[in-house]
Design a protein around this ligand. Structure first.
Ligand code: SF4
Ligand code: SF4
Ligand code: SF4
Length: 290
């Protein structure tokens, strides 16, 4: 059987348990598809497979049971459909995101557009290790960003206007972290308990809680799988442009410094992660961690 080796070795192509067949994974940043693209994937699955698709944990679609000899045609049709082959091996894989402000009332940031911007810059880049990127619109972290090599979380700092609080306690009841107490008849924030979800900001019936600013927390070196491990805080930045710039620099840093065959989480210290963090903080925050 003749195999199209160049395509077969692309990240979006996976040999199945029965090696006479393969599955293809698609590039679908944030898992967002138009109805037309979805219908197109269905047609391709019917034409080249048994008509079934699998929705993966990384918000992409996998078409199983494809004859490897037909990969060239399948890849061409997927590209024409606007859903090209994805990635799976040592490269930057499908970028995932929660609905963000497009659908979730808790979100502090827009996520779909940002995921697409990050995808356009780094998706599929060959790397010494697999690099997963995940975005969540708030600290509820529905897409588990801290368990990815690169995680992004939208946060917001609450700020109470001085001297006008009635001490009604509504904000304290809304806070799930017990980060607000009522002392001397007014609300008081306990910063070390606050996860910066922003929920309290909308709870005050007198509109006394304001947001200081929205920002993006970026983490590095998380992992899932056999030995899950949360990533470390790398930097907080305030704009989408800064997020994209930081992610590009992180991906380049991993490319240049990481060893293959080991999780990023296991080699962060060896790679002098602290120096890299300081370098980024000087560049983006003037040296403060925020
Ligand atoms: S992470 Fe936050 S913003 Fe995103 S879906 Fe979950 S609750 Fe909503
Ligand atoms: S931002 Fe969230 S965690 Fe912080 S005080 Fe408000 S509700 Fe509590
Ligand atoms: S909800 Fe508003 S008025 Fe009531 S305690 Fe909180 S900040 Fe004060």
């Amino acid at each position: 059987m003749t195999r199209n080796r160049p395509i077969y070795k692309r990240g979006g192509v996976i040999t199945e348990r029965n090696p006479d067949f393969c599955a293809v994974r698609l590039r679908i940043p944030a898992g967002v598809l138009t109805a037309e693209k979805l219908a197109g994937i269905g047609k391709i699955a019917k034409k080249y497979s048994d008509g079934e698709v699998h929705l993966t944990t990384r918000q992409t679609v996998e078409i199983p049971h494809i004859d490897p000899d037909l990969l060239e045609e399948v890849a061409h049709e997927l590209k024409e459909n606007g859903t090209p082959l994805g990635s799976e091996y040592d490269e930057v894989v499908n970028i995932i995101a929660c609905p963000g402000t497009a659908g979730c009332k808790y979100s502090n940031i827009e996520t779909y557009g940002l995921a697409k911007r990050i995808d356009a810059k780094v998706f599929g880049r060959e790397m010494p290790i697999r690099v997963r990127i995940s975005l969540s619109g708030c600290p509820n972290a529905c897409t588990s960003p801290v368990l990815n090599e690169i995680g992004i979380v939208g946060r917001i700092r609450p700020l109470r206007i001085e001297g006008m609080c009635t001490g009604c306690g509504t904000c304290a009841k809304y806070c799930k972290e017990a980060a607000i107490i009522i002392r001397n008849g007014i609300s008081e924030l306990i910063p070390e308990k606050c996860v910066q979800c922003g929920i309290c900001i909308y709870s005050c019936p007198f509109d006394l809680l304001k947001s200081e600013y929205c920002h993006y927390l970026i983490t590095i070196g998380g992992r899932r799988g056999r030995h899950p491990h949360p990533g470390k805080e790398l930097i907080t930045v305030e704009t989408e442009d800064e997020v994209v710039a930081v992610i590009e620099q992180v991906v380049t840093w991993i490319y240049r410094k990481a060893w293959s065959g080991r999780h990023l989480a296991d080699q962060l210290d060896e790679l002098d992660f602290e120096s890299f963090r300081t370098e980024l903080q000087v560049k983006f925050n003037g040296g403060t961690s925020k």
